[in-house]
Design a protein around this ligand. Structure first.
Ligand SMILES: Nc1ncnc2c1ncn2[C@@H]1O[C@H](COP(=O)(O)OP(=O)(O)OP(=O)(O)O)[C@@H](O)[C@H]1O
Ligand SMILES: [Mg+2]
Length: 378
């Protein structure tokens, strides 16, 4: 059977999203509270695969449940044009059941035979600008309008600045509008330096990280239970630990565990045992390496990578003093690289002069790749 209740694909909402309930509840409260509630402007920041897109989807669902209308966008070039020429005209059209006015301009045949000549003219001019259209729409809605912008970053800084200026204005006019944006840490950091983005800097910033153990457990167990199967206790415990609370790993491990256990066939409930969990944990590590760790390392400079490789020699946290010795660089240089890696959430500071890998499995990945290259052809 091909069915698998897990979704290890970027941008795909899982059947059982876990761990972001507090943010969602705050957001819902802000919709009730009215203009001025802080969570009506949310900025989600987090590393690849931590669940930014999924959370934006959940915020959109929450807004719809509250009767709000949603405009969902990604910060790709052309953002403001798409809003102005497509989304907002469509939004206005949906708000007004009679988006055109019909004016009788003449009668050319006996009425009743369809001879009335009329002219159809749009009431809402298509190019009234984002601000004009949003203001009109905000005045027509029963509840409010949520705009979400995924993958914000440097590439669209000018367009984002333009959009934020409009939103800021609507906030000031106490319109029922909310915004939720999401981006990678390094992109958001670069963006917030831009003077036009002040509004976003003041937004309610939520740094997405690991989910709690009990959430990871629900994330692994609930889809399986719902599908009529179950985990053996020790298998579930091992799988939960191997996720490290990283949402993408919940889906990857769950997906492979389900497959390794043979799925469920015709109501014949299958248990996921230790062997299936072990197999899944290994496969998930390889895929995480290919999909998250390798692309992250590919964007590091040679010295940043050397820093990470020097860290990989330690089994636990790394001491900055040791890294300075291993890298044979000045303390200043090493601190500079530490800062850059911290800013991108590749490492975290765990104490004075201590750092740790932020992405699960990166240490093992670096160790593996320095041990062996590809197999030679025979
Ligand atoms: N709350 C959650 N509970 C369980 N699984 C989740 C949760 N959030 C995300 N996931 C899963 O994690 C993976 C990554 O999610 P998502 O695409 O939202 O990450 P992202 O932060 O947007 O990544 P990127 O930076 O690449 O855009 C997906 O497979 C998704 O199904
Ligand atoms: Mg995403």
């Amino acid at each position: 059977m091909n069915f698998n209740p897990f979704t290890p694909t970027f941008g795909t909402s899982p059947s059982h999203p876990v761990g972001r309930e507090e943010i969602i509840a705050d957001f819902r409260t802000s919709l009730h509270q009215g203009p001025g509630a802080p969570s009506r402007a949310m900025l989600l920041v987090g590393t690849r695969g931590v669940g930014k897109t999924v959370l934006l989807n959940e915020l959109e669902d929450t807004a719809r449940e509250e009767g709000w209308l949603v405009v969902s966008e990604t910060a790709l070039p052309g953002l403001t044009t798409r809003l102005n020429d497509e989304h907002l005209p469509a939004l206005l059209a949906s708000l007004d059941p009679h988006p055109t006015t019909r004016r009788i301009t003449g009668i050319t045949a006996p009425a009743g035979l369809g001879g009335i000549r009329s002219e159809v003219s749009p009431k809402h001019e298509p190019k009234r600008g984002i601000r004009g259209q949003l203001t009109t729409a905000a005045g027509l809605v029963n509840h409010g309008i949520l705009i979400t912008v995924d993958e914000i970053g440097r590439a669209t800084v000018e367009e984002l600045a333009e959009l934020m200026a409009v939103i800021q204005h609507l906030f000031r006019e106490r319109a029922n509008v909310a915004i939720a944006a999401a981006g990678l840490p390094e992109e958001v950091a670069a963006l917030l330096d831009h003077p036009g983005i002040t509004f976003l800097r003041r937004a309610n910033r939520r740094i997405l990280g690991a989910v709690r153990r009990e959430d990871a457990e629900r994330g692994l167990a609930d889809p399986v239970t719902t599908a009529g199967a179950h985990w053996e206790d020790s298998a579930l415990r091992a799988a939960v630990e191997a996720t490290h609370g990283y949402p993408f790993l919940i889906q990857l491990i769950g997906y492979h565990a389900w497959n390794a256990a043979g799925g469920v066939s015709d109501g014949d409930a299958v248990a996921i045992d230790g062997a299936a969990a072990g197999n899944a944990i290994e496969r998930a590590a390889v895929e995480l390496g290919n999909l998250v760790i390798e692309p992250t390392l590919a964007r590091c400079t040679a010295l940043e990578r050397a820093f990470l490789e020097a860290m990989a020699l330690d089994d636990g946290d790394s001491r900055l003093a040791d890294l300075i010795t291993r890298l044979e660089k000045s303390p200043d240089t090493v601190s500079q690289y530490r800062r850059r890696l911290l800013d991108r959430y590749i490492i975290v500071a765990t104490g004075h002069g201590l750092v740790r890998f932020a992405i699960p499995g990166m240490r093992e990945y670096l160790r593996r790749s320095s041990e062996h290259g590809p197999l030679p052809f025979w």
